[in-house]
Design a protein around this ligand. Sequence first.
Ligand SMILES: [Zn+2]
Length: 396
Amino acid sequence: MRGVRLVITAALACGAAGLGCAEQTEQTGQAPTQTFQERRPGTTEVRPGQFRAPEFPPPSIVDYRPKSMLVTEEHLVPKAKYPVVDIHSHQRATAENMEELIAELDALNVQVLVNLSGGSGDELREGIETIRNSPYGDRFRMFANVDFTDVGPGFGEKAAAQLQQDIEAGAIGLKIFKNLGMTTMKTDGTRLHIDDPELDPIWEMAGQMNVPVLIHTAEPPAFFEEPDYTNERWLELALFPSRRNYGPDQVGFETLLAERDRMFKKHPNTRFIAAHFGYHAHDLKRAAEVLDSIPNMYLDLSAVLYDFGRQPRAAREFFIKYQDRLLFGKDAYQPSEYPYYWRVFETADEYFDYYRDYHAFWKLYGMDLPDEVLRKIYYENALEVTPGVPRAAFEM
Ligand SMILES: [Zn+2]
């Protein structure tokens, strides 16, 4: 079975590239016919008997950077149309970098930057003190984290008590990193499931304290697939070993999402923000089903722009329908990358570049969102879902 699959993969690879197939076929002695059998209607044609080796050496996937000849309107958006809350950042504001951060954020119209990596206890308090003692007390906020190193009986109650203290100290939410479900083990040596009842007191505490839980579950679905030449994240998987989640000893994508959804449903009085659109941005029908069945669930828009920008019409419809459930977030703090988000959300531009080649080798298109929806995703929903976000910048 595996042998057959590999042959098909090799044939597809040369078919998709359209290059070097004659040569390759001769060398391996494989007829490329399986490519044609495998080909689905509506996908790229490979012409039987017409393979031709290029006269120049073919460029590699990282070298080929075609310049589009398309002449079309271009509307760069350096500054968001409305003030923005970035609900998903990991940028720490310190006395040293704060002036620089403020200048960058002002240029982008990001009014509040939420650092999800606030930590807990003393580390968190110090970060909050720095913000409070600065002239920019309304521009930065922090979420607390829970350390899942020693989960055994009694852990949940202790962690919930610590969370309560952290919120009283000024944390405005709880961030859970992706290690929960994927790699974290319990003291008994088993995998800590996202919906392990031992963790229930933590989720309940967040609800009681009226702060949201922003949780990163799983990874892009392509990370769970074999990294062969049909994998659309091949380059990223080839670059970063830690992102390869394919294999018998790895937890599956569906297992993780099922645990997540069960946990969300068990705590209806707690608001959950699923990071990275809950990894449903490639499948909006499913995103709709999930939001419909879990009313206390929200989605952040961070780090999946490449999926909105390649289906701008469907994404626009989705954003309009679920406009109360979406919150802007960026994740990696790179001031130069925010304007790509503004352009996708605000313009109707066509066929423009994304900023990172290993996320997406395709082009983006603008969604041309209505103003009402822009205001909701940029800040109104963040103020609703996260009462600790300062309101000063948004009072119109
Ligand atoms: Zn993140």
